[in-house]
Design a protein around this ligand. Structure first.
Ligand SMILES: Cc1cc2nc3c(=O)[nH]c(=O)nc-3n(C[C@H](O)[C@H](O)[C@H](O)COP(=O)(O)OP(=O)(O)OC[C@H]3O[C@@H](n4cnc5c(N)ncnc54)[C@H](O)[C@@H]3O)c2cc1C
Length: 446
């Protein structure tokens, strides 16, 4: 992680010189600025920044977000435009391949869920839509491939995915199958002829994938660069296989860019069409009919990332309402003096801290390389998504008419928060999974 922070300091010497003066990297101190939480209690310090390196990573992220992400957020969301150059900057910083081993171009923080949570929390405090595209590329494609891919696949794709040379995502959902993901109908069948090089069977993929983040990254002209696509390869519901599908494969087309979304408008969403796409055997990820497990593993990581995004939304919303209530005058005093306003701010803070503790407690003990943390991955997202939407809603309420328009960002955060109750699993799917897991628990809840 030290090299990641050093890279940033080297690239941004003009600014970091101002922030850190002559302080060496090892003692780099967190700058204070508007998006930061005031970080109240040192007793929580270890949970949220368990090592000095984590604290440095957070400081770097806050600086980057303040200077690079925040200035573009309103405009790119208003115009529903994906900021590809900014995404590539995350590659330069080593954030696109955060959990990927260094030999494949990553930053080598393989099992470190806490760092993953931090990046999503900090990016989302400014621009949740940009963060959603980051999540789709870095966790759903890159981390997924790093965990489940072969050596050849990792060498072929990960360096470019980590640098940002190629940007893509993961295609699981379909027009007719979302929550019921094992009901997908996209099929992969074995081609009769043999692949010339490997003397193995090639595959042909047919079907449609819906709601795919980064499905297009050039404003609806073409597809994104690379996707991990799940397809049916056997008669049983769980007979799914994962394939790497590349932009220029014949028959792989952009169906439509899905415009006019409620929120997450700077994150491109698309329908992707697979019309007899021929995929070579070396692009099969993992075992044939064995992709359900890698899908479920990756969903755990995704849910933690989405829960962290909710934290960013909530923190920003609380900061906005706190600051606004302190300044806005009504009935001869500032709004902060009114008990009902205090209730909205304080309840929001308590709920945010509860969610934050849940997310970091899980992240601190989670090894991203392992599987079996579904109950709390679902639980953190279930709680934090609803918490973030409620907190953003209260923030709009405290700001009155000013909260209802774009200038203070909270109406955008409220719209973005709604996606967290749907994407990566709906609230209802979390209820269903958690009820199953709690019932199967062999002991009492500790
Ligand atoms: C902006 C955005 C980005 C996305 N990005 C991606 C992506 O990158 N890759 C990808 O593969 N997918 C992506 N998705 C798809 C997302 O994962 C699905 O939308 C989600 O899983 C819900 O599926 P659905 O929309 O088909 O709704 P449905 O599954 O049809 O659900 C509709 C409603 O029925 C409820 N419901 C369904 N089954 C049950 C049940 N058994 N019990 C109770 N209630 C039930 C649901 O909870 C929901 O309220 C994205 C979606 C959006 C909106």
């Amino acid at each position: 992680m030290r090299s990641l922070v050093s890279k940033y300091l080297a690239r941004h010497a003009y600014r970091t010189a101002r922030i850190k003066g002559s302080t060496p990297v090892a003692t780099y101190r967190q700058p204070r600025h508007r998006l930061s939480s005031s970080s109240s209690s040192s007793s929580f310090h270890d949970l949220f920044n368990p090592t000095q390196e984590h604290a440095q990573l957070r400081a770097m992220l806050r600086d980057f977000v303040q200077n690079e992400v925040e200035p573009q957020a309103m405009e790119f969301n208003r115009t529903e435009t994906f900021n590809l150059p900014l995404m590539k900057q995350l590659g330069d910083l080593g954030l696109l391949g955060l959990t990927v081993p260094e030999e494949y171009g990553g930053s080598g923080m393989m099992g470190d869920a806490t760092s993953v949570v931090m990046v999503h929390e900090e990016l989302s405090a400014s621009d949740p839509a940009f963060c959603l595209s980051y999540l789709a590329h870095s966790l759903l494609l890159t981390h997924n491939l790093s965990t489940n891919g072969s050596e050849t696949q990792k060498l072929a794709y990960l360096p470019r995915a980590c640098s940002g040379e190629i940007i893509g995502g993961m295609a699981m959902s379909e027009p007719g199958a979302g929550t019921d993901v094992l009901g997908m109908t996209t099929k992969a069948v074995v081609l009769q002829h043999q692949d010339a090089m490997n003397h193995q069977n090639s595959w042909t993929l047919s079907g449609r994938k819906m709601w795919i983040t980064n499905g297009t990254i050039d404003n609806g002209q073409t597809t994104g660069d690379l996707f991990l696509v799940y397809a049916r390869t056997g008669p049983e519901r769980q007979d799914l296989t994962a394939f790497l599908v590349e932009k220029d494969m014949p028959g792989f087309e952009l169906g439509q860019q899905i415009k006019d979304k409620l929120g997450m408008r700077a994150s491109p969403t698309a329908e992707l069409v697979l019309d007899n796409v021929s995929v070579p055997p070396q692009n099969v990820v993992g075992e044939i009919n064995g992709a359900t497990l890698c899908m479920m593993r990756n969903l755990e990581v995704e849910r933690l990332g989405l829960a962290a995004m909710a934290l960013g939304i909530a923190r920003r919303s609380i900061n906005v309402m706190k600051e606004y209530a302190s300044q806005r005058q009504a009935f001869g005093s500032d709004l902060y003096k009114f008990g009902q306003v205090q209730q909205m701010i304080t309840t929001s803070y308590a709920e945010y801290m509860a969610g934050r503790c849940y997310v970091y407690a899980l992240a601190n003990r989670l090894d991203l390389e392992t599987y079996g943390n579904g109950l709390d991955a679902d639980g953190t997202k279930l709680y934090c998504a609803q918490m973030a939407k409620t907190v953003a809603d209260r923030s709009i309420q405290v700001l009155g008419g000013y909260g209802y328009v774009g200038d203070y960002a909270v109406e955008r955060l409220w719209r973005d928060a709604k996606l967290l109750e749907i994407g990566g699993g709906t609230n209802e799917s979390h209820h269903k999974n958690m009820a199953r897991d709690l019932k199967a628990m062999p002991h009492e809840i500790e």
